[in-house]
Write a protein that binds this ligand. Structure first.
Ligand code: ZN
Length: 308
């Protein structure tokens, strides 16, 4: 039983500027937490760059070209109020997406049971034709479409427990009944989408949670809404948008989860993957802005993947 860990040094170089919450220190915290002896068995791999054709399954060509052309030689370029590019951002975004496509290839190819992609920039707010919310390309959606179109997996689900709604993944999936997107998120909160009545073609499940909800409502949302819908969908691959900003210590939200909730939800999704997808599961880092909580939560998550 093996778990892969994909990352790339350039993901530490993407620099949205001083005091930006989506800082290189986030990834350093995750990698430091995964460097203890408990994680010695991780199969560590350098993430390749995503191929242009992988990006184009989600994003229109003119949009990809516009983003990559906007990357500055030095200094910063703001795409919107909170999405900022530095010189390394284009390469970081390509390696972040490439981590997920490589992880999909390896897990489908039975090189490992599952994989965690420790990358940034994150992806779930990136819509097909719009980078936003700290996100450049939609890493999870790019991996899902590669699984389907290159590997022929009929149905792929993305489950997103980041505290924010993954508007980008929803936008990429909402008209395709062979893709499934489920999200628990604080509501109302950025980006404003994710109401329960946003259901796509029956393939989107949004469970908005009130601020201060905590463990009970989160676990009920999964048990009563998300997991039954996933069992009906029968995914052949499970991709997790693993944001850890629903943690009680997070400065950007108030959902009041802790590490034990991340252990629990990961166990549920590993079991789901074994019920329907021969255990195939790829997880990719999204948000999480308290460095201590982020490291501890990512470690708790990966620990469950390794025990699968
Ligand atoms: Zn988030």
């Amino acid at each position: 039983m093996t778990t892969l860990l994909y990352t790339h040094p350039v993901c530490l170089e993407h620099d949205p500027g001083l005091h930006h919450p989506e800082s290189p220190a986030r990834l350093r915290a995750v990698l430091a937490a995964l460097s203890s002896s408990q994680f010695a068995e991780l199969d560590r791999r350098e993430a390749p760059k995503a191929a242009l054709e992988d990006l184009l399954r989600v994003h229109p060509r003119h949009h990809v070209e516009r983003i990559l052309k906007a990357v500055p030689m030095a200094g910063h370029v703001a795409i919107d109020a909170d999405t900022v590019l530095s010189a390394a951002s284009g390469r970081a975004a390509l390696h972040a997406a490439g981590a997920v496509t490589a992880a999909v290839d390896a897990v489908v190819g039975k090189e490992a049971d599952n994989a965690f992609c420790a990358v940034r920039p994150p992806g779930h707010h990136a819509e097909p034709d719009r980078a936003m919310g700290f996100c450049v390309f939609n890493n999870a959606a790019i991996g899902a479409l590669r699984a389907r179109e290159v590997h022929g997996l009929e149905r792929v689900a993305v489950v997103d427990f980041d505290v924010h709604h993954g508007n980008g993944t929803q936008a990429a999936f909402e008209t395709d009944e062979n893709l499934f997107y489920a999200s628990t998120h604080q509501y109302p909160l950025y980006p404003g989408t994710g109401a329960a009545d946003e259901t796509g073609v029956g393939n989107i499940v949004n469970v908005p949670l009130r601020p201060m909800s905590g463990s009970g409502p989160f676990r009920r949302a999964l048990s009563e809404r998300v997991l039954p819908a996933l069992d009906d969908f029968r995914p052949r691959l499970v991709i997790i948008s693993a944001g850890f900003d629903a943690h009680r210590s997070d400065p950007l939200a108030q959902l009041m989860l802790d590490e034990s909730d991340y252990v629990w939800v990961t166990e549920q999704l590993v079991e789901l993957a074994y019920r329907h997808a021969e255990g195939r599961l790829v997880s990719t880092l999204e948000g999480g802005y308290d460095l201590q909580a982020l490291g501890a939560s990512a470690a708790a998550h990966v620990g469950v993947l390794m025990a699968a």
